[in-house]
Design a protein around this ligand. Sequence first.
Ligand code: CTP
Length: 411
Amino acid sequence: MFIPRGVDKVLSERKILVGVTGSIAAYKSAELVRRLKGQQAEVIAVMTRSAVRFLSPLTLETLSGNPVATDLFPKERPYGTGHISLAEWADLVVVAPATANIIGKVASGIADDLLSTVIMATTAPVILAPAMNVNMYNNPIVGENIRKLRLHGYGFVEPEIGELACGTVGQGRLAAIERIIDAIIDGLDISSQLAGKKVLVTAGRTEEDLDPVRFLTNRSTGKMGYALADRARRRGADVLLVSGPSSLPVPRGLRFESIRTAEEMRKKVKTAFPSSDVIIMSAAVADFRPRQISAAKIKKGPQEVESVFLELERTVDILSEIAGQKGDKILVGFALETENGLMNARSKLREKDLDLVVLNDPSGFGSDTNRVTLIDRSGNIEQLPQMTKVEIADRILDRVVEIIRKGGKKT
Ligand code: CTP
């Protein structure tokens, strides 16, 4: 993990929109707002119709020093075009407490009141701190909604186990305010480290056609690249994700280009390269493609034909091609090796003039976790334990941030 900066510095003048929904824990949002203000954050509270039945807007208005927004179509408009200006104003949106209802609405793309509309319209990080009855929290539909939102980059501060307002004991109590503030600090800190940097990430596999119905490909699903793109965006980078075929949802808030073949990938990368500061090539690009693409489906022919030969030709190695114009850009490559990993990865780093090479394990294909080793130009080797691809993405980006801070290329 990167080193957190002083808490006061992180929150001072940061614009935090606190969404409050209709849970008995709504009263705890008052403490959250008070603590955020204590650290000099600017706070605007948005309350849903149910939330104002649990807590008076006057409380949050007094504590935040700003009018509380509750209505999508207010008579007075302290914030201009309500949801849009609030969505643009916020550096971060935190919903605490978040009910099953708001989680379900956001997960389904419903924007029918001020808070859900702001969440839909913002490009700032959004963190939800659920609080609800244990059976509601354990309801598989709520679980699915949370998983879906996590996939789309929404952050969650899991509720705690304890006595609930309804008298039962279980997981559903709003997380401690300290944990919510930690998540806010994380979200904000992350969102500034790569501010102003253009990051190009390639992800997934390529497909090389053989005939109209067949192609050569590999097992890459794009999970690593999508995690890198999403985490880079959360650190404030302007991200372009160039992806081969993948069934993953496109992360929010970034530019996206879809390609199929190595040659299409090459064209997109060449176009985006000159204006990129950081290039992370996590895609599993085909090294060879069929020399000829048959216009008609290749027939198996008569019974006597027992084998056929497939002639392949090399594709252009995109990384090697762009390495020549590297300048002070930061290049990160991946190496997938089944033997002599360290040695091969080191030679890839040298040959492709990389700043960092990520040596990964073929067992990581399609999995949410992997085991990787990071090797830099100075020969430092960091062997990471098995961890999720999101965590790996963070470790890689920590190193990118470090390289930028040290001033780029070092031999
Ligand atoms: N790569 C690329 N263009 C290609 C093939 C690979 O830019 N046509 C990039 C990948 O995105 C990855 C790195 O090169 O970042 C290493 O890819 P890999 O296939 O592991 O190694 P190769 O260099 O192709 O060498 P080898 O096949 O011998 O392992």
